[in-house]
Structures are given as structure tokens and as C-alpha cells.
Design a protein around this ligand. Sequence first.
Ligand code: PHE
Length: 454
Amino acid sequence: MSKNSQLRDSFGSKFGVIAAAAGSAVGLGNIWKFPYIAGEYGGAAFLFVYLAFIMAIGLPVMLSELIIGRSSRRNAFGAFKVLAPGTPWRYIGILGVSAAFLILSFYGVVAGWSVQYVILSVQDGFSQKSPDEISTLFTTLIESPIKPVMLQLGFMFATGAIVIIGVKKGIEKYTKILMPVLVLILIGLSIKSVSLEGAKAGLEFLFKPDFSKLTGDGILSALGHAFFTLSLGMGTLITYGSYIKRDNNLINTVISVTVADTLIAILAGIAIFPAVFAFGIEPSEGPGLIFITLPNVFHQMPGGYIFSILFFVLLTVAAITSSISILEVVVAYFMEEFKMVRKSSTVLATILISILGVLCSLSMGVLADYKLFGLNIFDLMDWISANMLLPIGGLFIALFTGWYFGRKKVQEEVANGGNLSGAMLTIFIFLVKFVAPIAIAIVILNKVGLLTFS
Ligand code: PHE
């Protein structure tokens, strides 16, 4: 064992690595965000573009991050300092740490809503209500100045507490058991949802593409979401990769995590869209989509009371296994770059992010009029991080792996347990050198108006 690996925490088992990375990937992004942005940008057409981005860009960038993390055994910033000393590559890490701040600030707010829905479920708060009343319930909650702020702070406190416990004990343990249960609940919900009257329109919306509905904004959101949902572009998987042992098969990890994450998002779509159409809700409803759709399904299901509690508990757990991975990016950076201990760096990061989070929460109500580019603070944090910082981070991570780190070192790093050779290696290098950076650049330049196609 090298000196470094003795000092650093690492994941205990192979399954633990996959569980932790999947725990990071599967979260509010799959169950809350995917349905609502797919609903906004036209359903199936959005889904197909998103899947294409996952395969052509997400997979190779994920492998790149794990390679960078494991070969450097450092945080998102330090990794580049070690692998490319004296070069500006390290600023990719700064971009990542900033993205972590912005993402966790609104993520904690949504997780807080989920906690409130656990409480409402326990109180049987949806059962006598019409779809309109359920919708009002949600709007009243998010606009109120105190409750969602308290819930968000509570959630951030829990996230910080788990991160203080550290990688192995804190992160691995929680993810292993709960993810399969979440999948079962989603399957149960999907079965109920597709059997509702009028469900067919929902399935068509999700699976029958009408590409004429695609817009530049829709394509950018699909790209941003491919990064967001796989936890890519900001160094989460560089950080987690740095805790992975040498003999782990990185290729297996990447494929398992991507497949699990994608299936769970599609499953969430199947659970939600048929019900959206059956209950006459607008698919483009926005961030409240799951909160105002699913309670209607629960109260028509046998065992709906229990289902509803379990669903929101697991949604909260899925959120926390992701939020700890976001916080860990900042904490590992503080610890290694500023020589802080885990506890104080976690406390500091949690406090700073929570303050921004309070503003995000209030922007749903009392601060709703403060807007930039037409977006309130919550939407702005989401938009800048997911649609700009993550893809830009991903672009540079791909360039770094393809052009700086290079084919030979990639092969060496991956060969420690997995295998990437011949055609596969060539395809991977081609994707990170050319396809991913060019595709990302085109989508972003198109959005900012520097490149137009018509
Ligand atoms: N992937 C997580 C989700 O889908 C969110 C996340 C984004 C986690 C970026 C880490 C980094 O909910």
C-alpha cells in the first residue's frame, strides 16, 4: 500500500463503488427534474436527444472523470494540479467547485419539499383532495417564507452530518440497500399509472417523438441534463474516483451506473406521464410536476397510503445520496487545498451553500420579483449550473483526457482491473478528443447566438 492510499479514505467493496456512484447519479434529477423538463420540451423528442447525449458524451466523460480521479487520488482541483502541474487545467476544478455550490443550493430546496411530502403522506394529507386542491397545496408550500426554508436547512444539516462521518461509513452504507427498494416502488407506480384511463396519451407523449417540437433550448437542456443526471462535469466522479481502489473495474462501474440511472429516469417518466394526461395536468407544468401528479395516483391505488410514504421517503434518500456527493466535491477541495480537517471544511461548506439555498427557496415566494434574464434565483442557479457550468466542465474534462492525458495513460489506468483495448479504446479516444467537445461547443454556441443553423 502506498503512503497515499493509507492516508486517504477509500471505498470498501466493488459493489460499494457502484452503489456510491449510482447513489450520486440517481436522485432528484431522475425523478423530479427529468419528467418536468421532458414535459416542458416536448416529451419523446427530448428523451431521444437526451439518450443520444448520454451515450456519446455522458459515458466517455464519466470514464474520463474516474480515470482522472483514480490516477491522481485528489479532489476535483488538485487532480489537475497533480496530473498537469503548472498548467491552467486546474481551473476546470474551480469551475466544478463553483457548480457544486450552485447545484446544492437549489437541490436542498427541492429535497426539503420532498421531506414535507413525507409528512403530508403520513398525515394522509392528499386523500380527500381534488387535483386542483393538490396543486394549490404545492404552490402554497413552496411560496411560504418559513416552512420550506426550515426543511431545506434540515436537509442540508443531514447532508453535512453524513459527509462528516466520511466516505466509507457515510456514503457506501446508505446507498446499497435503498436503491433496489426505490426501483420496486417506481415499478409499482408505473403499473398503476399505465392502467389509468387516458394513460395512452402519456405513453405516446413520452415515446413517440415529434422532432419538430425540438428547440435550441430543448437541446441545450437535454445536454445539461445528461450531465446533471449522471453527476458529471463538476468533478463529483473525479472526487469519488479518487476513493476507488486500483483493482476496481472502471468500465463495469461506468456502464452499470449509466444504465441504472437511465432506466430509473425512464421508469419515472412511465410512472408520471400517463397520470399527467389521465388527470388533465399540463406536462409543461414545471418544477411542481411530480408533486402535483403523483398524489392523485396514490390516492387511487390500493395501498396508496403506504406507497406514498415509501415513495417520498425514498425520494428524499435518493436526494441525500446525491447531495452528499455534491458536498463532498467542495469538502475534499477545502481539505486538500486549504489543509482543513474534514469537520471544519464540511461545516463551512454547508453553511455557505445553505445561505444561497435560503435565497433559492425564498425566490419561490417573497423574492419572486428578483429576476435576472427572466429567471428567479432558483431557476437561475439551476440554469447556470446544469446548462452552462456542467457542459463546459465536461468539455474540458474530455479535452484533457483525449489530448493531454492521452491514449497510453488511459489504457494503463483502465487496465488495472477492467480492460479497454483495440477498437473500444480507439472509439473512446475519438469520443473524448472530438465528438464530445465539438458537440458541446455547438450546442452552447448555438444557445448564446454565436452559431445559427438557419
Ligand atoms: N445526479 C444527481 C441527480 O440526478 C445530481 C447531481 C448533479 C449530483 C451533479 C452530483 C453532481 O439528482
